[in-house]
Design a protein around this ligand. Structure first.
Ligand SMILES: Cc1ncc(C[n+]2csc(CCOP(=O)(O)OP(=O)(O)O)c2C)c(N)n1
Ligand SMILES: CC(=O)[C@@H](O)[C@H](O)COP(=O)(O)O
Ligand SMILES: [Mg+2]
Length: 654
């Protein structure tokens, strides 16, 4: 750590302050900004390597552009910490991703400098193109529009759709391709190879000279006429004729590749580019984790390291003296290896979440049957469907919120064709600090409405394994969803022999006569705890683990409606369209009546914080369940208290 204090950064509240500085001071600003990020993330947590890689870019952009008038969109937004710190949020940066604190991603509500909310990838070029179109309509001809997009994010279909559109328009647009050869895991795919070749080709030096000549010409003419734009393009194109540049072929002026850590050159280049009208792509080469050695060396680990000692680079780990339950993702990863070892038809697919899904474990052992297809959820779904056509049993693992990207592919390419793909929806439910963009709370509803599918959720790791096992048994020939949460499970002794689960059956976890609690997935554990707590109030609650919302266990529900007047449903998902809705639909269909409360994520946007804080806020943690039961059984509880009081009085008289 070079800096213990921040003499230049202290003078910068907003980019206007940065722009008052001398160009020669920018390297030190970068130095201080980098130190600030290291200091803050080591203590408060957050995404790390990506923002270290964009320090120079953030400084150069805010120095060269007139933000917030000029519009800047950061794709994904996990790399925008430098931007946040330079745009009025340094003093509150320690609240990053915390409950009631600032978001870990750009948010329109948070700052005028955050022109577009992100979190999910590959949206930036579309969004900035839309803004440029709006500016054109308003006659704001001098306004700059810049999207910063990583090489990982660039692999998604939407990014290509936007490039295709951008190249056909003459809007004033700069796409900065931040190429660090990394996604969360090492970048994959043909684009990666292409960008590497491009970066090595040394095109930039020639182009840089050309920019200078172009600027002279622009000054001479004075206006950004269409003729001039074409002139600029053809000038650059001629220099690239022997290179068949992909971006040029799409009609974007390509500049690069440049060193993304040379802040002075970067600033000069951005200033130059401002004067060149039309769609441009600047290829910037950076290092993920730049300036912090451990993060440069182990880039996947330091994408999101958790708290660490900034001096030694030691990542804090929980004390290992007591055994803890594993993460659901690891149970999934290990179980995949077990299943695939005994079933040669099994393959696995992940759209760029190799480590996050723990499919990395299977990739190491069975690389021929494990596919990291890059960030492209839509392709991942249809690719899996294609394999299923020819009898492969594909486990397509997609984070619940990212699956939203592939919804038509689910319907059109899987459900309508009745293909038995197994979708393992990881991060189902509230995910915590990543917040609203990443909460996987809509999947129960968006899967439940699909005809002919199975929608399940395990209460613990053993059930996760058994569901995964069941999904590949002969006769399992429907699309099969298994959704499970982020983080740790509930069972230490999880590696039990597989057992088949009868599809569409729930089970009684504990009996009781006063109220029935129906749970779906891991909140069954909250309900179990609540049942314990309710005993102290003299209430005997029954707990049913539904396991499936589709097909739903009708026998179980008939039993519940025939035996209980009071029913609570609990799920880690939106209360609109989930388990609660399914139970009410059943009640109405069969003409039952009961006092029902639906607990889950309310119909509003839930922000970030620890999952415990968010479960509390939404009222479906153990305490929330207890409170709801007490409220529902208010009179019964009062009567019982009274009876107990009377019996004490009476025994006192004896
Ligand atoms: C639609 C979607 N899929 C997956 C992710 C998870 N994700 C976040 S960052 C990231 C890697 C992005 O790579 P790149 O754009 O190159 O940025 P870098 O981290 O290398 O700076 C991934 C896969 C996401 N945010 N959105
Ligand atoms: C920015 C992004 O989308 C990912 O880095 C995400 O934060 C990963 O989430 P997990 O930590 O749950 O794998
Ligand atoms: Mg990258």
């Amino acid at each position: 750590m070079k800096h213990v204090d921040f003499p230049l950064l202290d003078q910068i509240e907003y980019p206007a302050d940065l722009r008052k500085m001398q160009l020669a001071q920018l390297p030190q600003v970068c130095d201080e900004l980098r130190s600030f990020i290291i200091e803050s993330v080591s203590k408060n947590g957050g995404h790390f390597g990506a923002s270290l890689g964009t320090v120079e870019l953030a400084v150069a952009l805010h120095y060269a552009m007139d933000t917030p008038y000029d519009q800047l969109v950061w794709d994904v937004g996990h790399q925008a910490y430098g931007h946040k710190i330079l745009t009025g949020r340094r003093a509150v940066f320690h609240t990053n991703r915390k409950y009631d604190g600032i978001s870990g991603f750009p948010r329109r509500e948070e700052s005028v400098y955050d022109t577009f909310g992100t979190g999910h990838s590959s949206t930036s070029v579309s969004a900035i193109l839309g803004m440029a179109a709006a500016a054109r309509q308003k006659g704001e001809t001098s306004k700059q529009h810049i999207a910063v997009i990583g090489d990982g994010a660039m692999t998604a279909g939407q990014a290509f759709e936007a490039l295709n559109h951008a190249g056909s328009m003459d809007f004033n647009l700069t796409i900065i391709l931040n190429d660090n050869c990394m996604s969360i895991d090492p970048a994959v795919g043909a684009l990666k190879e292409y960008l590497t070749q491009l970066a090595l080709s040394g095109t930039y030096n020639k182009i840089r000279k050309n920019v200078g000549q172009t600027m002279d010409r622009l000054q001479e003419v004075g206006k950004h006429s269409k003729r001039l734009i074409n002139h600029v393009k053809s000038g650059i194109k001629s220099m690239l004729a022997d290179q068949a540049n992909f971006f040029e072929a799409l009609n974007l002026c390509y500049f690069g590749a440049v060193d993304g850590h040379d802040v002075l050159k970067l600033t000069g280049l951005l200033q130059d580019l401002k004067g060149i009208p039309g769609p441009k792509l600047l290829h910037v080469v950076t290092t993920k984790g730049k300036g912090y050695e451990p993060a440069e060396k182990e880039q996947t680990l330091w994408h999101f390291p958790g708290l660490f000692d900034k001096v030694t680079g030691t990542i804090h780990k929980p004390a290992a003296n007591t055994p803890t339950p594993p993460k659901y993702q690891d149970v999934f990863g290990h179980t995949m290896i077990e299943l695939a070892s005994s079933n040669a038809n099994i393959a696995a697919v992940t759209p760029a979440m190799l480590s996050g899904s723990s499919l990395k474990l299977m990739m190491e052992k069975m690389p021929d049957r494990t596919f990291d297809v890059g960030i492209c959820e839509q392709h991942a779904v249809t690719f899996s469907a294609g394999m299923a056509v020819h009898g492969m049993k594909v486990y397509c693992n997609i984070y619940s919120s990212f699956m939203q990207r592939g919804y038509d592919q689910l319907i059109h390419d899987v459900v309508l064709q009745k293909l038995p793909v197994v979708f393992c929806l990881d991060r189902g439910g509230l995910v915590g600090e990543d917040g609203a963009t990443h909460h996987g709370i809509f999947d129960i509803a968006y899967c439940r409405c699909l005809p002919g599918v199975i929608v399940s959720a395990p209460i613990n790791e053993i059930e996760l394994r058994n569901l995964m096992y069941t999904a590949q048994l002969p006769g399992s020939d429907q699309p099969f969803f298994i959704r499970y949460p982020r983080g740790q499970g509930a069972t230490i002794d999880w590696q039990q022999p597989f057992e088949q689960i009868k599809i569409g059956t729930g089970r009684l976890i504990r009996d009781g006569a006063d109220i029935a609690i129906l749970s779906f997935g891991h909140p069954g554990n909250f309900a179990d705890q609540a049942c314990d707590d309710l005993q102290a109030h003299g209430i005997a609650a029954a707990l049913f683990d539904m396991r499936f919302v589709k097909p739903i266990d009708q026998n179980l529900l008939h039993h519940v409606f025939q035996n209980y007047q009071h029913i609570i449903t609990v799920e880690d998902g939106s209360i609109v369209g989930g388990l609660g809705s399914a139970v009410v639909e059943f009640m109405s269909r069969f003409g039952y009546y009961a006092d029902i409360r639906i607990l889950g994520v309310p119909d509003r946007i839930v922000e970030h914080g620890s999952v415990q804080q968010l479960y509390r806020e939404c009222g479906y943690d153990a305490r929330g369940i207890v409170d709801t039961v007490l409220e529902m059984l208010h009179e019964k509880v009062l009567t019982r208290k009274l009876l107990r009081y009377e019996s004490i009085q009476y025994s006192g008289q004896l």
